[in-house]
Design a protein around this ligand. Structure first.
Ligand SMILES: O=C(O)CCC(=O)C(=O)O
Ligand SMILES: [Fe+2]
Length: 300
């Protein structure tokens, strides 16, 4: 019997009673989908899926987005293929550290992601949690003046800009997606296609707002992020191997928690592609700059 229990947070629910091999009826999958839309994130403790089951699980939420090397499933890990730990000069390591900043997946691509399903394989003794923040509640609790100010504004999103802000300057080809020139331009307020709820669509990849000075834009984005990612809107998941969590990237920000990067952490990630009707934007043409000058050295 499926049991769906809301978390002590404005988002999220814990789901238990999943049968082995994901043998659920159509009605039970519907129950899970409804809970996903109501709670924006679901946690499945000790599910212990195989790679193929993880992909099959995610496919219930939509088509899979192809990731690094055209894969449907990737490891987000500080281990190299030979099992040794990465050093801080490696781009993959720098991407992991970048993930410690609040973000929504693939917002720097023309088609932003719908959902991400993350599972734990090897977890460190301390740290390495994943945090989620509820952007629906962030919008609901904004003051009227700020709402009026931002309704109608858009920001460019770039992985290169966010990595630079975190202190890691990537050259073209070092990362995934677009450089600052040609970065997708996305409204700061997103209406959820299923629930109709508004949410803040921000995060570390957002970096420039047409019509505003860059410094003012970053200050506004920082202020919104600080409000958005505060209690009671934040859930911190302390992983056990085998846990799986899925969140709705259209209305949830997430970030990875730091840990001792000399010890292994292996997570498995499958991303559900956005819906072209709602999550696709044309790439903007920002003529002001081709590169991105980092303005802050702090991670995130
Ligand atoms: O490693 C984590 O906890 C989160 C990584 C991440 O950003 C993701 O899975 O999209
Ligand atoms: Fe992510």
């Amino acid at each position: 019997m499926l049991e769906i229990t809301p978390l002590d947070c404005t988002l999220g629910a814990r789901v238990t009673g999943m049968p082995p091999g994901l043998q659920l009826s159509g009605a039970e999958w519907q129950e899970i989908e409804d809970a996903f839309h109501r709670h924006a994130a679901l946690v499945f403790p000790a599910l212990h899926l195989s790679d193929d089951e993880h992909i099959a699980f995610a496919e219930h939420f939509g088509a899979i987005e192809f990731l690094r090397d055209g894969q449907k499933v990737v490891r987000i890990s500080n281990l190299r293929p030979d099992g040794t730990v990465m050093n801080s000069k490696e781009k993959r390591y720098q991407t992991l550290r970048g993930n410690e900043g609040w973000h929504t997946d693939s917002s720097y691509m023309p088609l932003a992601a719908k959902a991400s399903a993350l599972a734990a394989e090897i977890v460190p003794e301390r740290g390495g949690e994943t945090e989620l923040a509820d952007m629906r509640n962030a919008w609901d609790t904004l003051d009227d003046e700020t709402r009026e100010q931002i309704e109608g504004l858009s920001a460019y999103h770039s992985l290169y800009a966010s990595q630079a802000k975190a202190g890691f300057v990537f050259k073209t080809g070092d990362g995934y997606g677009y450089h600052t020139r040609g970065a997708p331009l996305r409204p700061l307020v997103k209406v959820h296609p299923m629930t109709g709820r508004r949410s803040l669509f921000i995060g570390r990849h957002a970096f420039r707002i047409p019509g505003m000075e860059d410094g003012d834009a970053q200050a506004l984005l920082d202020r919104l992020l600080e409000h958005a990612c505060s209690p009671p809107r934040v859930y911190t998941h302390r992983w056990q191997p085998g846990d799986l969590m899925i969140w709705d990237n259209r209305c949830v920000l997430h970030r990875a928690g730091a840990y001792d990067y000399t010890t292994p952490r292996v997570m498995r990630h499958v991303r559900v592609a956005g819906d072209p009707e709602h999550d696709l934007v044309s790439t903007g043409r920002d003529e002001r700059a081709d590169g991105f000058a980092p303005t802050a050295a702090a991670p995130g």
